[in-house]
Design a protein around this ligand. Structure first.
Ligand SMILES: *[C@@H]1O[C@H](CO)[C@@H](O)[C@H](O)[C@H]1NC(C)=O
Length: 210
């Protein structure tokens, strides 16, 4: 509660979501790619000029032959799993017009109601971002432009907060304790998905509050 109050005041005062946080240095081993198991990585991912581009098709295979999950091409932030404290994901994202029903960022891990996620942010036509598939949308007008995304997870306070372009757009209870990590990319929802899904990400950063 206190964190969210502080965040709201910062946002209102034109502060930055990362104020009070310390950046946790990332190296290439912290960026782990997941993609349909039967295709080479370069058919679903590129990394050019600092931009991670990930795409997937609705009839692609899951990331593992043992999995019955929906298709994905995603970056999993590895080596920084957490179960307490206050953590933040920051990156600039881009979703091309037409991508719909794709989770573009998530906090994996959570324990309430058998869930495996704490936060799912999906892009739906016509370029709106939803918390899971719920309406009203968190934000609109996100197709074909770079947006800055900041996700704060206050594990101890049991809250998540989502900022777009520095503005607080969502604050919500989390979904219980767990081992958590951040992801971004494209992961197909169960229904209402476009055949082709893509998102691009650059300047991915992780922060922690000490
Ligand atoms: C997305 O593409 C559709 C079909 O070409 C077009 O009608 C629509 O205006 C586009 N939306 C944006 C935000 O560019």
């Amino acid at each position: 509660m206190l964190l969210l109050l502080v965040i709201t005041i910062h946002a209102a005062a034109g502060g930055d979501p990362t104020d009070g946080f310390t950046e946790v240095p990332l190296n290439p081993s912290n960026i782990v790619l997941q993609k349909p198991f039967d295709v080479p990585l370069d058919q679903r991912y590129s990394f050019i000029d600092g931009v991670h581009r990930m795409w997937v098709y609705s009839d692609d295979k899951p990331y593992s032959p043992d999995s019955d999950t929906q298709p994905r091409t995603e970056i999993r932030i590895a080596g920084l799993d957490y179960s307490s404290g206050v953590w933040q994901f920051e990156a600039y994202g881009f979703v091309p017009n037409g991508t719909s029903g794709a989770t573009v960022a998530q906090i994996f891990g959570g324990s309430h109601g058998g869930t495996t996620t704490t936060l799912i942010l999906r892009i739906y036509e016509p370029g709106e971002m939803r918390y899971y598939s719920y309406l009203p949308a968190v934000a609109g007008g996100l197709y074909d432009r770079w947006f800055r995304l900041n996700i704060v997870h206050d594990v101890d306070g049991g809250m998540v907060a989502v900022f777009l372009d520095g503005e607080l757009k969502l604050h919500h209870h989390d979904r219980g304790s767990g081992q958590f990590y951040f992801k971004c990319g494209v992961y197909a929802a169960a229904t209402d998905i476009s055949y082709y899904m893509e998102s691009r990400w650059r300047d991915i950063k992780i922060y922690k509050k000490y």
